[in-house]
Each structure stands twice: as C-alpha cells, then as structure tokens.
Design a protein around this ligand. Structure first.
Ligand code: FE2
Length: 179
C-alpha cells in the first residue's frame, strides 16, 4: 500500500466489515436481552446498521471502486468477547447490563473509525463521501448516548447502587465490618 487513496479504500473495507458483523451481532443482542425496551433499542439499532452498510457501499460506488472482503480484527475481538461472556452463563439480569456495555464499546469503536474516515475523505476532497460518513458518525454518536442512558437506568439487581449513591461513606464502612 502506497497511496492515500489505497489507504482510504482499505479503511472503507474495514468499516464495511464492521457494519456487516454488527448487523449479525445486534440480532444476537436483541434475542438475548430480556427487557423489552432494550430489545426494541437493539432492533432499531440493527436497522440503522443496515443503513450504515448501504451508505458505505454508496461511497464505493461514488469512487468507482469494488468492496473487498476484509476481516476487521478490532470488532471481531469485541464480538468474541461478548460470545465468551455467554460461556459464563450469566443471569438474564446481568446479561442485559453486559449487552449495554458491549453495544457501547462497539459504538465507541465505530465513532473513532468514522472520525478518521471523515478526516481522510475531507483531506482528499471526496465531498459526497464526507457527507455520507458524517451521517453515519452522527447516528453512531446518538446510539452511544442512548446506551449511556440505558446504563444509568439498568443496573444489576443486587448492586445496591442507589443506596451507595446516597450514602457512600456509611455503606462502605458497613461493608468492611461485614467482611
Ligand atoms: Fe454503524
């Protein structure tokens, strides 16, 4: 690889692989989650991810390039991490909490990837690509915010977080006495 164009195409192939893998992974998250609002969010997110894939394909068309099958090791690792967690036979309650975290991690990964792509496309003067990439970036950022709202609301049943938030010092003392 020698040119900026080749590098841009490489990075586009990577993000295309990310989106494709996430369409499948979000289907799994939807099926595994027990809280209806979470199921709904993952289903919506899956549909949005299909749109992201389409937009990336549109960029390839704009550039008169053909996508090539690539394996994005970063997102593959995050998906493997989620599969490994399933082997710990988590309770339904904990699985919901884990899934929110897993989705947030993948969103953060995508946000960084899209920011780099937007910069590259801007530098190279690919205006249509910049527009499409920014659309995806904006939606990823919105989804991450949604996940952050969920993680404030959905907590492990026995975490005792609410009490701890109110009286952190007293609670900690009580715990150390018990131990
Ligand atoms: Fe996406």
């Amino acid at each position: 690889m020698q040119t900026a164009h080749e590098f841009f195409i490489h990075e586009l192939n990577e993000i295309l692989d990310v989106e494709q893998r996430l369409v499948e992974a979000l289907g799994e998250l939807e099926a595994q989650s027990t809280r209806p609002e979470l199921k709904k969010a993952f289903a919506a997110h899956r549909q949005q991810t299909e749109k992201h894939e389409e937009r990336v394909r549109q960029i390839f068309e704009e550039l008169e390039e053909t996508p090539e099958q690539t394996e994005c090791k970063g997102i593959k690792g995050l998906i493997e991490e989620a599969h490994a967690f399933m082997e710990e036979t988590p309770s339904e309650d904990l699985l919901d909490v884990f899934n929110i975290g897993a989705a947030s991690k993948s969103e953060s990964y995508e946000i960084c990837a899209y920011k780099s792509l937007v910069q590259l496309a801007t530098d190279m003067g690919h205006r249509k690509a910049v527009q499409l990439l920014k659309q995806n970036l904006r939606e990823e950022e919105q989804t991450l915010k949604k996940m952050e709202t969920f993680s404030k609301k959905i907590k492990p049943e026995q975490s005792g977080m609410e009490e701890e938030e109110k009286q952190p010092a007293r609670r900690r003392t009580r715990r150390s006495k018990a131990a």
